[in-house]
Every structure is written in structure tokens, then in C-alpha cells.
Write a protein that binds this ligand. Structure first.
Ligand code: ADP
Ligand code: MG
Length: 229
């Protein structure tokens, strides 16, 4: 028990430090971004590509800070009753617009009469968005992103399915490691964050993938009052 208490104290200390450091870094970065944006608007066309790179890199650093903060805080979250379908419907316009820009299609298959779960809606939306983005980023402009909800035994499942590049066995083993990324401008924190969100909700996440065919992420949540694992 003492070890567990020590661990929790360390975690909350790390979380507090992360919060104050990210706050201190975010502010100067926002100022830098503002001025670069201004310079960009006033610059010659041939200089604008350089400013664009600086802006993109600032945005990337900001994305890392945001993801890292959510990961490090690992705080006790507040949960409220929610239906996965309702959360998904809130996100559909966002996901749809993203897919549309990539020339991709979203195929939403929501199961009727879903059980209500105890969730933190903000985290749950972050989970759905991260998985959807990864799916879209793995596909070309002929991609179809399928998002399903279903009742399966004592669990409620969310499935995010893409017909993209797929994931090799050696990559599969490292997928949830913080900072593991194969993308030029990836943070490698998306799936680490997904895993911690799923764990905070007493759920399970697993992946099935075939190289060249696509990938399915399955997230399972235990229905209230049932024993699942
Ligand atoms: P990021 O997206 O920033 O790279 P993630 O933690 O979200 O970080 O994902 C880590 C890595 O896992 C990705 O760089 C990619 O190689 C792989 N990956 C995740 N989702 C998929 C997917 N749906 N299809 C193929 N590869 C994926
Ligand atoms: Mg990602």
C-alpha cells in the first residue's frame, strides 16, 4: 500500500510539474507564433515558405506539449453517464470534414440501444479523434474510415477500421510507446494517450492489422454492473 501511495504522489507531482512547465512554455510560444504570423503576412512570396515551416514546427511543438500534458497529468477524472453514439455524433462533422479534405469517406455504423457508460466525455472524444486521425493518416485518397459501435457480450465496443497501409508485427509491438512515431510530423503520443484514457475507463484496447490491407482498433468498455475481465 505504501508503495502505491508513493507512486500516486510521484505521479501527481509529475502531473503538477508538467502543468506548470507547459504553461510557462506555451505563453512565450504563443507570442512567437503571433509575431511570425505577422512577419509571414508582410513578407515576400519566396520567404513565406520559410515562415510556413517555422509556423508548422511551432504547431507541432504545441501539439506535443498538449498531448504530453494530458498524458502526464493522469489525474483522477470526473465521469458522467454518456452514450457512445451521442459522443460520436458530436464528432461526426469534425471527422467528416477532415476525411473530406483528404478525399476519403467516413462510414458510420452505430448500433441502436447502446448501454450508457460512465465516462469522461472530453477524454472519450479525444480517444475517438486520435484513432480516427491515425486511420485517415494511414490511407490514401481512396480510403474508407469505418467507425462502429456495438454491443458485444458484457461490453460496449468502439471499432475504428481503415483500409490503409497496415502495421507490421515489429511496429505493432511499439505502437503504444510514448514518442514512437513513423511520421514526419507525428508526436508519437496519440496512442500512448489513447491507452491511458482507455485504462482510466477500465477498458481494453487491441489492434488487428494486415500490411497492405488495413487496421482495426477495437476498444471495449465493460457495461455497468458487469464483470468483464
Ligand atoms: P503519431 O500519429 O503522432 O505518429 P500515434 O501514437 O498516434 O503517433 O501512432 C504511433 C504510430 O503508430 C504511427 O506513427 C504509425 O506508424 C502507427 N499507427 C497508428 N495507427 C495506425 C493505423 N491506423 N494504421 C497504420 N499505422 C498506424
Ligand atoms: Mg496519431
Amino acid at each position: 500500500l505504501k508503495d502505491e501511495v508513493d507512486r500516486m504522489e510521484r505521479l501527481s507531482l509529475v502531473g503538477q510539474m508538467a502543468a506548470s512547465i507547459t504553461h510557462e512554455i506555451r505563453n512565450p510560444m504563443a507570442v512567437i507564433r503571433g509575431f511570425i504570423q505577422l512577419l509571414n503576412e508582410r513578407s515576400q512570396a519566396d520567404q513565406q515558405s520559410y515562415f510556413r515551416i517555422v509556423l508548422d514546427e511551432l504547431d507541432r511543438a504545441n501539439a506535443i506539449i498538449n498531448d504530453f500534458l494530458s498524458l502526464a497529468q493522469n489525474r483522477i477524472i470526473e465521469k458522467e453517464p454518456a452514450n457512445l453514439n451521442v459522443l460520436l455524433n458530436d464528432l461526426v462533422p469534425l471527422i467528416w470534414a477532415d476525411a473530406n479534405m483528404r478525399g476519403q469517406i467516413v462510414d458510420l455504423r452505430l448500433c441502436e440501444d447502446m448501454d450508457v457508460l460512465q465516462v469522461n466525455s472530453k477524454e472519450m472524444k479525444q480517444l475517438i479523434l486520435n484513432l480516427s486521425r491515425n486511420g485517415m493518416e494511414a490511407m490514401n485518397d481512396k480510403g474508407v474510415l469505418r467507425i462502429e459501435t456495438l454491443n458485444f457480450k458484457d461490453t460496449v465496443q468502439l471499432r475504428v477500421i481503415d483500409n490503409g497501409v497496415g502495421i507490421s508485427q515489429e511496429k505493432l509491438e511499439r505502437l503504444f510507446e510514448p514518442f514512437y512515431t513513423t511520421k514526419m510530423n507525428g508526436t508519437g503520443l496519440g496512442l500512448a494517450l489513447c491507452l491511458s484514457i482507455v485504462e482510466r475507463h477500465n477498458g481494453k484496447i487491441h489492434v488487428e492489422s494486415t500490411v497492405g490491407e488495413g487496421t482495426t482498433f477495437v476498444v471495449s468498455f465493460c457495461k455497468p454492473g458487469r464483470h468483464c475481465w
